[in-house]
Design a protein around this ligand. Structure first.
Ligand SMILES: [Zn+2]
Length: 147
């Protein structure tokens, strides 16, 4: 897995072609070429390996992968991210990456996985209330009114 930002640096240093153009104005078309070439060669979609730095998502650019593969668009954001996780595993297998025993499982980018787990923890945990006044406690766990 690699971030768009890091990939952009790699592309520029390895090709020797530098640009001051904003990343999002040129990386999409390049990744479009990459995914079409991968499809042409019968390789899995390499562009599934590229995620955003801030949230670990493949983002809206992933629609090109689905289009090239002749698959219908995936509108749900997390469904799209899990689709990409499966595609990444296909890439690791195809290109002979070192995999854990059992062959590994599809995985979200660590940053996105962390966000998913934090969201789940919030949903699963009922809000804590004060034993005395039954007002919802702040994150400190100490009632502002009764302490
Ligand atoms: Zn209280």
């Amino acid at each position: 897995m690699i971030t768009y930002k890091k990939l952009a640096e790699e592309i520029q240093s390895r090709t020797g072609i530098r640009t001051k153009t904003l990343l999002h104005n040129w990386i999409g078309p390049i990744l479009g070429k990459v995914v079409r070439e991968a499809d042409h060669r019968g390789d899995p979609p390499l562009t599934a390996l590229v995620v955003h730095t801030d949230d670990g998502k493949v983002g809206s650019g992933y629609k090109e992968v689905l289009a090239v593969a002749g698959e219908p668009p995936v509108e749900d954001e997390m469904a799209r991210e899990y689709h990409a996780a499966n595609a990444r595993l296909a890439c690791y297998r195809h290109f002979g990456a070192a995999l854990p025993p059992g062959g590994g499982k599809p995985a979200l980018a660590p940053r996105l996985q962390g966000a998913v787990e934090r969201r789940r923890a919030r949903v699963d945990k009922p809000p804590q209330v004060c034993d005395s006044c039954f007002v919802q406690l702040p994150s400190t766990g100490i009632c502002d009114s009764c302490s």
